[in-house]
Ligand binder design. Structure first.
Ligand SMILES: [Zn+2]
Length: 281
């Protein structure tokens, strides 16, 4: 009976062992305060004042570690400046994984990178430093940690992420949205709010990013924070004011010099997708 029981128990343990081997255990030290205390030794780590970087044993990071650290440090400065706040956030916790498959297995999300509401970042590292993707996720992380609770509308969250990432194919989101307006392809603010995920990915993300740039330029850092917390309603104040957002929004786009507007959407499609930026969640 005891032998039978032990056989049964070992069979029952198989799925757990497989799960343990396949699914890396995540770092459990939320603020990197005492990484040495963690029992899990299968993650390596780099900790400094701006970044807690974790990568699985066996991942060859090499010189990329310093590059990652520098990209994160610059992204933190740029994101905080755009937000109009002082960067008082704790180190960004960034977990590197080998592939999109692994990221999906751990987070359940289909992406090159993703940031949790508590600011923890997961990112695919395939041997190259994905500057655009890292900057995108750092913006998400700082939005979550330096602003009041908000970020309930994905178009605003992703618009900020795209701005954080930087120019797409050499064009700013504003320049892309100016082109879309000119071509009669610019999504309405209503469609950004109501059906962002149904829009063409590049068109939706870059229009949202351009609106975020517009908000920063027209309403300052305070306006940007209001947009984050309460969406268009909070930015405008009243329903009448909400309608009146459209004129200055269009004027902002029409102000882009003709020479700065992109010639066609094809120019940016490959550039953004190659860096995984448009798929970052
Ligand atoms: Zn994102």
């Amino acid at each position: 009976m005891i032998r039978r029981l032990s056989v049964l128990l070992s069979i029952a343990a198989v799925p757990f062992v497989v799960w343990w081997l396949v699914l890396p255990k995540l770092p459990d030290d939320p603020l990197c305060e005492a990484p040495a205390k963690r029992a899990d030794r299968r993650w390596k780590e780099h900790v400094d004042s701006g970044l807690c970087l974790y990568w699985p044993d066996g991942m060859a990071l090499g010189a990329a570690r310093d590059s990652l650290r520098r990209v994160v440090a610059t992204a933190r400065e740029d994101s905080a400046e755009f937000m109009g706040v002082r960067d008082t956030a704790p180190p960004i916790r960034m977990v590197l994984v080998h592939s999109r498959d692994e990221l999906r297995r751990i987070t359940g999300r289909e992406a090159w990178g993703t940031t949790y509401p508590d600011g923890m970042v997961f990112l695919v590292f395939d041997g190259r430093v994905n500057t655009l993707g890292i900057r995108h996720e750092v913006m998400h992380a700082l939005n979550r940690t330096l602003w009041p609770p908000g970020g309930n509308e994905s178009w605003i969250v992703e618009g900020l992420g795209v701005v954080g990432g930087g120019h797409c194919g050499g064009y700013s989101p504003r320049a892309v949205a100016a082109f879309l307006l000119e071509q009669g392809m610019l999504p309405s603010l209503e469609s950004l709010e109501a059906s962002f995920s149904a829009l063409d990915e590049i068109v939706g993300h870059l229009t949202a990013a351009a609106f975020v740039q517009f908000t920063r330029a027209e309403y300052g850092a305070g306006g940007l924070e209001r947009l984050w917390v309460g969406g268009l309603g909070a930015l405008a104040g009243t329903e009448a004011d909400r309608q009146s957002l459209k004129d200055p929004w269009f004027r902002y786009l029409q102000g882009v010099p003709m020479g700065d507007r992109l010639p066609s959407l094809d120019v940016i499609r490959s550039g953004c997708r190659a860096d995984g930026e448009s798929n970052a969640a």
